[in-house]
Every structure is written in C-alpha cells, then in structure tokens.
Design a protein around this ligand. Structure first.
Ligand code: GAP
Length: 549
C-alpha cells in the first residue's frame, strides 16, 4: 500500500464515525442495548476493555510503582451516609435543572446556550362552550416551575420565523395539558429578547424555573427501606481516602508529602448525559489525594499540573491538544483553594478531562469534626500535630479513553498496490503502550500447515508478554486493514522466507544484520507508516516489549 496525504475528517461527523467504529470493532456498546439502552451507561467490549485496562494500569504504575510517595487503595462504593453528610455532598452536590414544559425533557440550567429572537406570551382565553373548564389568564411572570398551573406559556422563535410557528408549539402545549382545541389561542403579547436561557433551544418552548437537583444515587442498605438505611452510591472515589487517611498513614509509614491513589467506579445521576461516554451516570475515576504540609498546597498544585500534562503526553495526547484552565473563583467547588482543569480538544468542543484541586484541609477537617475521631498528622520534625492540606489530581477513566479514541482516529487515502484503486484507510493511531492489542500474527496462507504452525508458535512466544491476535482469514491486505481499525501497532506475517530463508542479506528491524538464506525471520509491518521490514523471530519479544512499555 502507498499512502497519500492524510485527510482529517470534519469534526461533526468525526464523532459519529468514532461512535460507529467503537460499536463495529467492539470498543464500546450501549448498555442494555437490546432493551433500548440505558441513558448514561456504557459497556466496554473486548477491545475497549483492553484499552481501558492499559490506561488504568499505566496510571497505577506511574502513581504507585514509579514513585515512592504514593500508596494504593481500594475503597468500597457504599459508605456510611454520614460520610456524604460531612463531605457536603448531601447538601450541595447538585446541579440546577430546568424542564421543558412541552416535552418534559430536563436540562442543566447552567449549560443552556443563550438565544435571541421574539418571545410570544400566551394565556388561554375564556371559552364559551358548555362543560368546559374556564381558563382565563393574562400575561404574568413565568409560572412556578412545578405544581403550579401552566395556563401561561411562552415560546421563543428565532429571528425571521413567524408567529404561526410559535402558535403551533403553544397549541401542542395546551393540548398536552388537556385543553380542547376549540380554546382560542392567541399570543397576547410579544417582544424581542436577547441572550435568554428561558426557552428550550430544541423547540422554543418555555422552560421551568431552575430547580436544585442532587446528583447522588440514593439507595438503601439492608432489608428495611427507611431513612435510617439510606446511603448513596459514591459520586467520587475521594472520600474513602480521606476517611481512611489515619489507617493508611499508620501502615504506609510515610512522611508528608505523601499520597493515596485509587481507581474506581463513581456514580452521578447526571441530568443530561451526553457526548457518548463523556458525561455518563456510571463512570470510573483515577484519583490521588496528595497530603502536604500546610502552606505548601499552592506549590504542589503547580507540580501536579506539570506532572499530569507530561503523563497525558506519555499516553499519546499531545500537549498542544490539552488546554489548562485556571478555574475562576466563582466556578470553583466551594472546598477548593485553587483548581486547574485539564481540557482536551474533543470533536464536540474543548472539555474537561481532569481536575486538579487544592482542597486545603477541608475534607479532613469535616470528617474529624463529624466523626469525632482525630485525623491529624504528627510531624516528627516540628513535634506538632496538624491537618495536612490536600492536592487532588482527579482524572476520568472513561473521558480519557474517549480522548485516546478521538486522538487516535484517522482516515487516509491509500492506493492498493494490487488493484491500483484508491480507498480510505481508517486507522487508530494509539500509542503502542495504550493499544488494546500489540501485534497481529498472520500466516501468509492458511492452507500451508508449516506457515500456520510457525504463526501459532510465534503467538505462543508472545502471549505471555503482551496481548496479541491471530488471524488467518482473507488476504493479507485485508488483515492489515482490520488491525489498523483496531489500533494494533504491529503486524507480523509468517511467509515463505520464514521457512525457506531470506532471499537476500538485510539489516533487521533491530539493526542487526541478517544473512541471505537465514530462516525464521518474519515480516514486521508498522501500522502508522505501513512500512514493512524483516526481523528474526527470536528478536520479536525484546523488540516489541521495548516498543510497548
Ligand atoms: N474528587 C473530585 C472530583 O470528583 P470532578 O471534577 O467532579 O472532581 C473528576 O470529577 C473527573 O471525573 C472529571 O474531570 C471527569 O474526568 C470525571 N467525571 C466527572 N463526572 C463525570 C461524568 N458524569 N461522566 C464521566 N466522567 C466524569
């Protein structure tokens, strides 16, 4: 194959293509698909689970193996409800929600796009027909969000659209609340409005007043379902690490600064899950609670920002694609004394991958007060007891998997050497350490037992070291194309030169010379360049292990 210049897919359709590829190749499926799905929940298929595992393993390795100031931890998802009261989640972990009065769909009030146009305000006129309820209204303020009667209604139509289109929406609304068609319906008044967020952008219908909605999933522990058995599915992994701070400190025998790392599921009853897995109701987090001496939080916040940026580069997300947002005071979580959001250029916009927050001593103080148990650190040097400050890099597993998929996805026009035809090659250019499968192994022909036996032997050789695949179906070009779509960085083909000896002397992929006639070499095909070279089978484990570490 010869490659032609890369064609970058347009971003709107790029996301659709990625979603389709994820299903086609078994990265991500909709949860409960055969029952119509469950909004905000996703299943990872055979390739997706490998990708996700590689990501988590690498994070774990970087946090707990390559440094000696962080220890690992795995807390339970269900915790005593007192934890969530003390942490502030019961009282404040909420989003403002609005509801479309027509469709009843719910939206995050703080994420509405401001719109402009003409607002038409309706009331229902007195009817004259017998037996019908009388509805009389006049223009008033927006009706109360819930429980109030909605005889007032309004519709926003964009500039250039007629009153008739507003009437249509209003008519649907009044029909839905049970008013007969005969009721006279006129816009009582209208006015131009600018930058309003009081209407549903999808249909122009009036939205309810914002209502506070707690995002935690409530559940009951044990057989009795009353207030005393209520708890919540954890909305972040962090709290268990605060609550167990003292226990971990004692066994880890660490001095400050030191951290606790955890990877695990978190649950949030998001009002509006969207953008594929980006905003889900069930997701995984990779969090470190890094405990530092009082006063040193700001400098550790800077260090963690740099560490995390370098980490994203190491998994194949270039620095240039990550935007560092210094979260403004007004937007920071109330416990935070400083937060950076690391945002990635997703096809649907620049959005948060990870938050790095200086949480001060808020959490330990809250749990110390609420539990009555001391959580202070005794500083051997100064002989003082104090509550450490905490810097928390908190990354989303699912969002990072999505970023890896978006970053890796590429389409290019290539010419098939046999047919001469141009075709589109879809390739996932994962960094080898993230790739779900590291090498595809192919006997050139499936009906030549010696080729198949050697290919199986190569598979056995590599399996203990890495995830490989074996494929003997179809032409070799098709098989390469399949592993390109799966993001497998290396193809290994066992061909006649493997059995009969190299046709001529050459320098192998490792740089070592291979003599003409030397047996047991294979074709090594590189996913990104599509370059092919030969390598001795004996050199494969070392060469590939170095490439994927
Ligand atoms: N302990 C701090 C904390 O949980 P957060 O900013 O709310 O902070 C951290 O969440 C990360 O978790 C986010 O940067 C994101 O990657 C991931 N995350 C949060 N909500 C999510 C959701 N609904 N779906 C997928 N990932 C989510």
């Amino acid at each position: 194959m010869i490659s032609a210049p890369m064609a970058e897919p347009a971003s709107a359709s790029k996301m659709e293509k990625i979603v389709a590829l994820c299903k086609r190749r078994g990265f991500i499926f909709q949860s409960s698909e055969i029952y119509g799905g469950l909004n905000g929940a996703w299943d990872y298929g055979p390739l997706g689970v490998e990708l996700k595992r590689n990501l988590k393993d690498y994070w774990w390795k970087c946090m707990t193996q390559l440094r000696d100031d962080i220890v690992g931890f795995d807390g339970s998802i269900l915790m005593n409800a007192a934890v969530w009261k003390a942490s502030g989640h019961v009282d404040t972990f909420s989003d403002p929600m609005v509801e479309c009065l027509l469709t009843k769909k719910r939206y995050r009030a703080d994420q509405s796009e401001p719109q402009s146009g003409t607002a038409y305000y309706y009331t229902v006129q007195k009817t004259v027909q017998d037996g019908l309820t009388e509805f009389v209204g006049s223009r008033g303020d927006f009706p109360t969000a819930y429980g109030g009667s909605h005889y007032h209604f309004s519709v926003l139509v964009p500039k250039g659209k007629s009153e008739a289109s507003a009437n249509k929406v209003a008519r649907q609304y009044y029909a839905q609340i049970g008013l007969p068609d005969e009721v006279a319906l006129d816009a009582q008044t209208s006015e131009p409005v600018e930058n309003t967020i009081k209407f549903n952008p999808e249909n122009g219908a009036q939205l309810s007043e914002p209502k506070v909605f707690n995002l935690m999933f409530k559940t009951y522990v044990g057989p009795v379902q009353d207030d005393s058995s209520v708890t919540y599915l954890r909305p972040e992994t962090a709290q268990a690490m605060f609550v167990q701070f003292k226990n971990v400190l004692e066994v880890a025998r660490k001095k400050l600064p030191f951290g606790i790392a955890q990877i695990g599921k978190a649950f949030r009853n998001e009002i509006n899950p969207r953008n594929f897995t980006f905003r889900s109701r069930e997701f995984e987090q990779m969090e470190v609670e890094f405990f530092v001496k009082p006063g040193t939080g700001p400098e550790w916040l800077e260090k963690w920002k740099e560490d995390r940026l370098a980490w994203y580069e190491a998994i194949g997300i270039p620095r240039a694609k990550i935007h560092v947002l210094t979260v403004p005071d007004a937007d920071r979580a109330f416990y935070s004394q400083g937060t950076y959001d690391l945002e990635y250029e997703f096809p649907f916009g620049v959005q948060e991958l990870e938050g790095i927050a200086h949480r001060g001593d808020y959490d330990l103080k809250q749990h110390q007060e609420a539990s009555g148990k001391p959580l202070e650190y005794f500083d051997e040097e100064t002989k003082q007891k104090y509550l450490p400050e905490v810097v928390e890099p908190s990354a989303g597993v699912d969002r990072t998997v999505l970023a890896l998929l978006c970053e890796a996805y590429a389409e290019e026009t290539v010419k098939d050497e046999e047919s001469g035809k141009e075709e589109t090659r879809v390739v996932l250019r994962f960094a080898p350490r993230m790739a779900p499968v590291k090498a595809g192994i192919f006997p050139l022909l499936k009906n030549k037992p010696e080729l198949v036996a050697t290919a199986r032997a190569v598979q056995k050789l590599l399996q203990p070291l890495m995830k490989v695949s074996y494929d003997e179906a179809g032409s070799i070009g098709k098989r390469y194309r399949r592993i390109d779509e799966e993001g497998t960085p290396f193809g290994i083909t066992i061909d006649f030169e493997t059995l009969e000896g190299a046709k001529e002397a050459f320098t192998s992929a490792t740089g070592t010379p291979i003599q003409a006639g030397q047996k047991d070499t294979v074709t090594l095909r590189h996913r990104d360049s599509m370059k092919q070279e030969r390598i001795a089978i004996a050199d494969l484990p070392g060469y590939l292990a170095r490439a994927i570490i």
